[in-house]
Design a protein around this ligand. Structure first.
Ligand code: SAM
Length: 334
């Protein structure tokens, strides 16, 4: 039965659709449910009673765990308030791995402790068998002078040329701010957020299931990365939007034979184990101690193969002294 859902976004109530998905059959389940915050969806009414909302959540969370393979992972995105309940329920049926804090700032609203992060619960169906890959993100650099923002002191010789391992606090992925990048949907996630999760927890051809697929963000991310997808959404209009997106997508998010995640013309996430293969495609600093002042760029002769991403060759070594913006003192203090 699962075959008819592979690489589709199905319209319907996910609790009904889950009945067609066998136990232990998918690689990761990701859910971004309505947050019960009275958001204006096309058809779904986002205002349930407290207990009603949580009872409903328990049902689909149970289904997500059921359909996930023993090697697989479950990801739940929500505000901290609801995640505390989700975690206490999930702790009974799966293995806790991480609480990822996705820092997605909002404008100050005149209240202290205004929520400015979302949480992503990361559970393994079975910790002893869980599939997981270490991932890296690019060094954060001053927007003006390009110098590293973090002071690594005397350790800069040992810096990874691409960037650090990703921690459980994600500050480098922004919510979709501009209308030109979003559909008519109140809470669409950025595609590269899903790509990071997919690179971390799946292999090529694995199956990603999203029971609240919205406009198909997780499906698009999966398709770009050569994974299979199954999406469910109750709203016909959102399913149509997803299908239109998916028609235009291809599994192209790679450099050479290596799957990567990018946004605009920057790589956003790579797997640690892929760096050796990827490094040949880049202009790297001549000395490792120059990592702080040298932003790596894709080699000119390989830009053709990565052209789908729109990567551009960039001025490589940054020459700046006394940046007023970030206070970097010198680009090469060797
Ligand atoms: C927060 S949005 C998901 C947005 C999605 N992550 C994206 O990036 O587009 C929640 C979605 O759940 C859908 N939904 C609500 N109740 C549902 C149900 N019982 N079964 C399937 N989908 C449902 C809504 O139509 C809405 O699109």
């Amino acid at each position: 039965m699962i075959e008819k859902y592979i690489n589709t976004v199905a319209q319907g109530d996910n609790l009904e659709l889950f009945k067609d998905i066998p136990s232990d059959s998918i690689d990761i389940a990701f859910a971004d449910p309505p947050f019960n915050l009275k958001k204006k969806y096309n058809s779904y009414k986002d205002r349930l009673e407290f207990k009603e909302y949580l009872n409903w959540c328990k049902k689909w969370i149970f289904e997500m765990v059921r359909v996930t393979k023993p090697t697989g992972s479950i990801f739940l995105h929500n505000i901290p308030k609801w995640l505390t309940y989700y975690a206490s329920f999930l702790n009974e049926i799966a293995d806790f791995k991480h609480w990822i804090s996705w820092d997605a700032p909002t404008a100050p609203m005149g209240k202290s402790l205004q929520p400015s992060h979302y949480g992503i619960l990361f559970y393994a169906k079975d910790m002893s068998q869980n599939k997981f890959y270490e991932i890296r993100y690019p060094h954060k650099r001053c927007r003006k002078c390009g110098y590293l923002l973090k002071d690594y002191g005397g350790k800069k010789g040992g810096l990874h040329p691409f960037g650090p391992l990703v921690s459980d606090v994600w500050t480098d992925i922004h919510r979709i701010k501009h209308n030109k990048y979003r559909d008519k949907h109140p809470c669409q996630l950025p595609i590269h957020l899903l790509e990071r999760i997919i690179l971390m927890a799946t292999d090529e051809h694995d199956i990603v299931l999203d029971p609240f697929s919205g406009t198909g963000t997780s499906a698009v991310a999966a398709k770009r990365l050569g994974r299979k997808y199954i999406g469910f959404d109750i709203d016909e209009h959102y399913v149509k939007i997803s299908e239109n997106h998916l028609l235009q997508e291809n599994p192209v998010s790679k450099i050479g034979e290596i799957w990567v995640s990018s946004y605009l013309d920057e790589l956003i996430t790579i797997r640690d184990k892929d760096w050796e293969g990827l490094s040949h495609f880049f202009n790297l600093p001549v000395k490792s101690t120059l990592t702080d002042s040298t932003k790596i760029s894709l080699r000119k002769d390989v830009q053709q193969i990565a052209f789908d991403f729109g990567f551009h060759d960039k001025e490589n070594t940054l020459k700046i002294t006394n940046c007023e913006y970030c206070n970097a003192q010198t680009a090469d203090d060797e």
